[in-house]
Ligand binder design. Structure first.
Ligand code: CU
Length: 283
């Protein structure tokens, strides 16, 4: 019976490793395109952690199989109960501690670049291109417009990341525009966004960009990304990417999906101009 179990667990080990190998080597089954500047760094960390956990899985599962196979009860032996083993305890404390310390060290630059970039906070912060408002169950985007200034240029230009930056939306003289479930951005530019929630927790998730950020009611959370120039082939006007909500936010969570349309730099400005024109002259 123990032999059967050891074969079963060995099968799980072999299947698990094969399944990962199959996924990694089959086009379209593994990670999505690396479409943003930091996608590569995020994937590197993902792979580092996958290898560490993968090796731990093979070792522990292998040990399980070996012990099942080698020490079965049929021989009439009793298990030994060991109460205290300093050497073993030191090993299983130090090894994970070293691994965790390494992961903390390895992710530091990437985390800093994505979450604590000077573009987002402090004196060097960059003007947000748009505000993203998540609500049950849609995404709403308000763009600062061609003047790069939410509301009316010259009025409340502090860009301090609070809601009031966007309160002048629709004021006379403002060139801000809005879109729903379709975020328009230019290729190759560093862009900052202010993420807010209208009601509950949501999560702004663009898999190809490796962007995932919770939207929290009451907070204005800055985020940034830069789409790689090579995403648009020459002559291509735009390309669409999936946008999802990655936080279970209610019954309609499943339909809280949209797209990010990446334009050429000129095409994006043209879109802003055209959309603003429609606002001014709806007929
Ligand atoms: Cu949601």
């Amino acid at each position: 019976m123990q032999k059967l179990w050891s074969i079963l667990f060995l099968g799980l080990l072999v299947f698990g490793v094969w399944f990962f190998y199959y996924g990694m080597t089959t086009p379209g089954m593994w990670l999505p395109d690396q479409a943003s500047t930091y996608a590569h760094d995020v994937d590197y960390l993902f792979n580092v952690i996958l290898w560490i956990t993968g090796i731990a899985f093979v070792l522990t599962e292998g040990a399980l199989v070996w012990f099942l196979f080698r020490y079965h009860a049929a021989e009439g032996r009793k298990a030994t109960y060991i109460h205290h083993h300093t050497k073993a305890e030191v090993i299983w404390t130090v090894v994970p501690a070293v691994i965790l310390a390494y992961i903390a060290y390895a992710q530091y630059d990437t985390w800093n670049n994505i979450k604590r970039n000077p573009m987002l906070t402090g004196p060097e912060q960059k003007q947000a291109m748009a505000q993203i408002v998540a609500r049950q169950f849609e995404w709403r985007f308000r763009y600062a417009g061609l003047d790069g200034q939410p509301g009316v240029a010259g009025v409340d230009d502090d860009n301090n990341g609070t809601a009031d930056d966007w309160d002048e939306w629709g004021y006379p003289g403002s060139d801000d525009v809005e879109s729903v479930n379709e975020l328009h951005v230019p290729v190759g530019e560093k862009m900052v966004f202010h993420l807010r929630s209208f009601d509950v927790l949501h999560s702004f998730f663009v898999p190809d960009f490796r962007v995932k950020q919770d939207a929290v009611p009451g907070l204005v959370i800055p985020l940034w990304f830069q789409v790689l120039e090579n995403q648009l082939e020459s002559g291509q006007a735009y390309k669409d990417y999936d946008l999802l909500c990655a936080e279970l936010c209610g019954w309609g969570h499943f339909k809280m999906q949209g797209k990010v349309r990446v334009h050429t730099a000129d095409g994006f400005r043209e879109w802003l101009r055209e959309t603003e024109q429609k606002y001014r002259d709806p007929g």
